[in-house]
Design a protein around this ligand. Sequence first.
Ligand SMILES: NC(=O)c1ccc[n+]([C@@H]2O[C@H](COP(=O)([O-])OP(=O)(O)OC[C@H]3O[C@@H](n4cnc5c(N)ncnc54)[C@H](O)[C@@H]3O)[C@@H](O)[C@H]2O)c1
Length: 621
Amino acid sequence: MRTKTGIILAAGKGKRLDSQNTIKPLVHVGGKPLIDWNIGYMEEIGIKHIYIVIGCKGKLVKNYILSNDYNGIKFEFINNPNWENGILSSLLSLDRFIPNDSIFLSPCDTFFEKSPYRYFLKKDLKDNGIVSLISEYNNHANNSGANLIIKEANHGKIFPSKLSDGYDGISTGIYYFNNKMLSKSIQFAKKNKEISNFFELINYLSNKKLLKLRYFENCEWFDINTPSVRIRTEMFLRKNSVSINVDSKNKLMEKPFNTFTTKKEVKTDIFVRTGCLNNIDQFDLIPESHSQSPHFIIMDENIETLFGDNIFRKIKSSGYNIKKIVLPPGEKTKSLYYYSVLTEKIISEGIDEKTILISLGGGITNNITGFLASTLYRGIYLIHIPTTLMAQSDAAIGIKQAVDGDKGKNLIGSYFEPMKIIVDPSVLLNSNIKWLRDGLAECIKHAIAQSPEFYKYFIDYKGNIKDLEFLDFVVKRNIELKTKLMKDDPKEKREALVLQYGHTVGHAVEYLSGYKLGHGESVAIGMVAAAQISETLGICDKELVNSHRRVLKKYKLPFTIPANIKIDDILIALRYNKRYLYDDVQFVLLNAIGSLWDYKGDYSIPCNNNIIKESLKSCYD
Ligand SMILES: NC(=O)c1ccc[n+]([C@@H]2O[C@H](COP(=O)([O-])OP(=O)(O)OC[C@H]3O[C@@H](n4cnc5c(N)ncnc54)[C@H](O)[C@@H]3O)[C@@H](O)[C@H]2O)c1
């Protein structure tokens, strides 16, 4: 291609982007500033000379570019003091500088899967006039974030259109100006009072039959004007493994010598029966094939006093070789310290490959016992008997086992299937109201994230929460909602990420409160934070945030971040989360009650510090 000159319009502020203090050309996508992508596309077709029109914080752009090496490209910076007047003002500022050469013109805020210039044809580059690169209308183009929809009339004449009027394509903002056409266009714009913006200029050129359209397809592209388009671009890059930091070209791609895959399908039965723990000796708890092995039942001190010791005695008197292990209550027990104390204790007491660990208690007991069962002898057997609402509706209903690390919750763990889960909702009546509320937060999470009907049930319910009928219904409905997700996505990588709703900020505030906030209380705050993020990104309206607040307030759950937990500390805590990837934290977000926001089936939404910070500001009293 013989054109050696390019122009990038980089004068605007980009106030709709999330990075409050970063101007649009320098906003990062895929690990590098947007302007770098645009320079890269030009470099790819051999452009050697680029004019960059700067305006808002122009020095920053200039310094950034001059501090980088772009393979010998020559840059000239043109200042546009009137940048606030839009693209046409940038074009006019070029008046004294432009060469007579043909020129490619590009905005600074587009991202293309491949260099867009390769779509111009040889004949385009010979014509007089200008050529505009148009994305054929298709589903992707419609989601590109670009807003100049065009309709083509005869002879390439174009006019801006609305969806309802029909359209032929979407303008990418990339143009080819043949020799002298840019200076001619500038003169047209200067002389004609009716041309007050860039599109009017294009329209004028099209009326004079000086405009041609070049349609292209099969290339994803984004006009990065809003936070949600920026995020869609990040997700596109991730999905397509477009890695800009790793030079994979020079790596040896050796074929493996051999390969194996393992597939293990384990069925977990969940029994829910009110009062069943009173008659545990009549229950088929330990399968016959395990009856000769040594077993352990693990509980905390509170459970031991309330009913745990009774249950242990009943199982033992049925003839099983079972030992009881009692732990101090509280999150501190879910630690590597207790994990290692317990491994040594259990191994020295003696186990075999059919040994079952039974966890009797809340989520803490279930989680540490599950992790022990998954690691002792590389995996023995596990039965959960959850006794809190949190555990009956969430912690025990699944395969995630874990202990906390020094830097955060659940940092060390495994995926391990219990052989069965036994749920007796009547034990919840022993719970104090604080713990019931705490568990209710996870149930409300299922409702908000998965089921508008269940949400309505919570809003409409008039009774007491310490009511067996209510608890029985809520537990069963939760188990149904959770197992529905577990069946298809047990490791919570796709749609089951819904279970993580509210957990990103939730885990951080729980940790920063020194575990004074319960897990459910923290998730309640985290859900409001997630809804605020959705609102910041423009993917939902304020009503979604209000719906969260309404239901949490009704059940006396917290919905604001305590004043002593600072935003900066939350941002640091978020880094110690497996959802921290590259420079972004991954969030699960909703765009309505019961509706997860996704990008082509990817539910893990990358948000940068600016979006999070901005959103968290609205989460304080
Ligand atoms: N793995 C997962 O998928 C998952 C999901 C949700 C929560 N969790 C974890 O669960 C833990 C929180 O669980 P939790 O809220 O059940 O806490 P918990 O286990 O500490 O139980 C709360 C308190 O209630 C007491 N208790 C338990 N059952 C009782 C009963 N029937 N009557 C009276 N008192 C009773 C306990 O002794 C404890 O003091 C957190 O560590 C959280 O990370 C894990």
